[in-house]
Design a protein around this ligand. Structure first.
Ligand SMILES: Nc1ncnc2c1ncn2[C@@H]1O[C@H](COP(=O)(O)OP(=O)(O)OP(=O)(O)O)[C@@H](O)[C@H]1O
Ligand SMILES: [Mg+2]
Length: 309
């Protein structure tokens, strides 16, 4: 558990009004033994830094929990709740982020999943330390090339499904699979980043946040009160593959539930060698997302996701 009283700076009462911004830590700041070098990305749930492990002398990526709907950075660098009503949500999400960082740090190297090396509690918040992946996101690749050739899709699909299976077996769900959260390293290997336990926990507790930034990748249960589970990740991976094949995002799950254009859209695509199997995965994910009962258990592994039927 994160203990606010043991934070490096004395605890203060949460202000009633926002008093700061979500300013990133400056280059040269120290978080434990890690020295911040630069910001890699800043979203609504956290800031990702390029940093250096000063003891081991290696570069890492560090994600700082800073959900902007609930928290701000104070002048003394502490991350504090944005307001008194936000305090409980901020702490709840922080605990989920810490639990997830611990679970991921205990996994041995898993294909398709970024390696989590360490986690820290500091500045009133939690930091997840990851291996630094050189390369680009799948989103950047799709922006440049629009679609991916079959061989490249195969190279992504198998490690991602293997990685998801290991993740799900460890009791962790990703919750926000989309091209922006898949890094492709310089050897063409995909890595899932930006795990979503804190996001999922906070979404369940507030209207202040929208379900996901990219509705086409999200399953029906993420836009409604239905329960997310490992099947939600399989659905989102199917949606991501659809994007790689067609060059555009699938229509969102609620629209599909009304008109079901997706199967027609898929079958009118150019024929790809992996086509049949991918379609099975996408359509299975979609059916699960609707809550349509399936004769078999939800696909939670590469084999079951790609098996016809
Ligand atoms: N392990 C890593 N190695 C290299 N770069 C990374 C790593 N993790 C994240 N990044 C970079 O940081 C960017 C942002 O990371 P991430 O997707 O975790 O957060 P976000 O989407 O900005 O925030 P939020 O959690 O609020 O959605 C990524 O697009 C990627 O460019
Ligand atoms: Mg992201």
């Amino acid at each position: 558990m994160v203990d606010d009283d043991k934070a490096t700076v004395p605890r203060r009462d949460a202000p009633d009004e926002p008093v700061g911004s979500a300013a990133p830590l400056a280059g040269g700041s120290l978080v434990g033994k890690y020295e911040i070098v630069a910001v890699l990305g800043q979203g609504t749930f956290g800031i990702t830094y390029y940093a250096r492990d000063t003891e081991l002398g290696r570069d890492v990526a560090i994600k700082e929990y800073l959900p902007t709907a609930f928290a701000v950075r104070a002048a003394d660098l502490m991350v504090v709740p944005r307001s008194t009503p936000a305090t409980e949500d901020f702490r709840w999400g922080r605990q989920r982020f810490l639990d997830e960082a611990k679970a991921l740090a205990q996994l041995e190297e898993v294909p398709g999943i970024v390696t989590v090396l360490d986690f820290l509690v500091a500045n009133g918040t939690v930091y997840m330390v990851m291996a630094l992946v050189g390369g680009e996101t799948l989103e950047a690749r799709l922006r440049r090339d629009r679609t991916l050739p079959p061989a490249d899709i195969e190279a992504l699909l198998h490690p991602l499904l293997d990685g998801l299976e290991r993740l799900h077996n460890a009791g962790v769900q990703h919750g926000d699979i989309k091209p922006a959260n898949i890094l492709i390293d310089r050897s063409g290997r995909p890595m899932l980043i930006d795990f979503g336990a804190a996001r999922t926990a906070l979404q369940g507790r507030t209207q202040a946040l929208t379900a996901v930034d990219t509705p086409g990748d999200a399953a029906f249960e993420q836009a409604t009160s239905a329960s997310p589970g490992p099947w939600t990740d399989i659905h989102a991976l199917g949606a991501t593959l659809y994007h790689c094949i067609t060059g555009s995002q699938p229509p969102d799950a609620i629209e599909r539930a009304k008109t079901d254009p997706i199967v027609g859209g898929l079958t009118s695509c150019p024929i790809l060698p992996l086509w049949g199997r991918v379609e099975v995965g996408v359509v299975k994910g979609r059916r699960l997302a609707w809550g349509t009962p399936l004769p078999n258990p939800p696909p939670q592994s590469k084999d079951s996701a790609l098996r016809p039927g």
